[in-house]
Design a protein around this ligand. Structure first.
Ligand code: ASP
Length: 269
């Protein structure tokens, strides 16, 4: 079954933003779902994330936070269930880091390229920034045959220049196998210590539902590292999962069985 799930980061939300956030998440889901129907799952994942990066509402693309020197440095990654993967770390002046990650996957022999080397792969239109109130963004899609997962972020506010987080690390921020995919968000320096997305996808491979796998992933993150964060996932059947231990984690999803886009994780006091 075709399915798509997106997240807008595990963190805190201002109540005033909720309607705007829902609208942008819905736009991302619908755009991705249309591309899935056209048989273009990699485009579906990339384009859904681009909608979120371009919105300026999230800590990704246009809305990225600044590091300790006031500069924007972004991370992103994408992985396809056939084993292809690409990622970029600490890139500056790039409008859509997720597209750059896809370029690493499709046009180089490498998996992760950071800084200037990645920027030189080129992705037109430098970014004109504004700090979003939201968080990292991510997406997982399946057309019932392959799974694609992606993640994009401005990282942690005030981070050291050159710091690269989980969103650029295949297995931590993003992972896809033949049977499922996941995208994580939250305290990346801790998420990397439990390889959160790989852990969740592995549980799906072993037969757990995506929901149970996500709950187990967040539990592991909290128990082993004390970290705060969240993760979304889906399996080849189009079943969706999400879990977080932060105040909120906006999630929107749709599969061929649901007529409309469904939301979760937006209930903030
Ligand atoms: N995981 C991201 C990072 O540590 C940040 C986030 O998801 O809020 O770079």
């Amino acid at each position: 079954m075709a399915a798509i799930v997106v997240h807008g980061g595990a963190g805190g939300w201002e109540r005033k933003d909720v309607e705007d956030v829902k609208e942008v998440l819905k736009e991302a889901v619908l755009k991705g779902f249309d591309l899935l129907r056209e048989g273009r799952p990699v485009d579906a994942c990339e384009e859904a994330i681009k909608v979120l990066e371009d919105s300026g509402l999230f800590n990704a693309g246009r809305g990225s936070v600044r590091n300790s020197e006031g500069k924007v440095e972004m991370d992103a990654s994408i992985m396809v269930s056939d084993g292809r993967a690409g990622a970029v770390g600490a890139v500056r002046g790039v409008r859509n880091p997720i597209s750059l990650a896809r370029k690493v996957m499709e046009r180089t022999d490498h998996t992760l390229i950071v800084g200037e080397g990645a920027e030189r792969l080129g992705c037109a239109e430098p970014i004109e920034g504004r700090e979003g109130t939201g968080d990292t963004v991510g997406c997982v899609v399946t057309d019932g045959k392959i799974v694609v997962a992606g993640t994009s972020t401005g990282g942690v506010k005030g981070k050291a220049p050159g710091r690269v987080g989980d969103s650029a690390v295949i297995g931590s921020g993003t992972y896809a196998s033949d049977l499922g995919g996941a995208s994580a968000t939250g305290d990346g320096d801790r998420i990397m210590k439990v390889c959160l997305s790989y852990f969740v996808v592995n549980l799906i491979n072993l037969g757990l539902s995506p929901m149970k796998a996500c709950l187990a992933g967040v539990d592991l993150l909290e128990r082993r590292t004390g970290g705060r964060g969240g993760v979304i996932a889906l399996n080849l059947k189009g079943e969706v999962g999400f879990a977080y231990n932060t105040r909120a984690m906006p999630v929107a999803y749709r599969n061929s069985g649901t007529e409309r886009v469904l939301f979760s994780g937006l209930d903030v006091e």
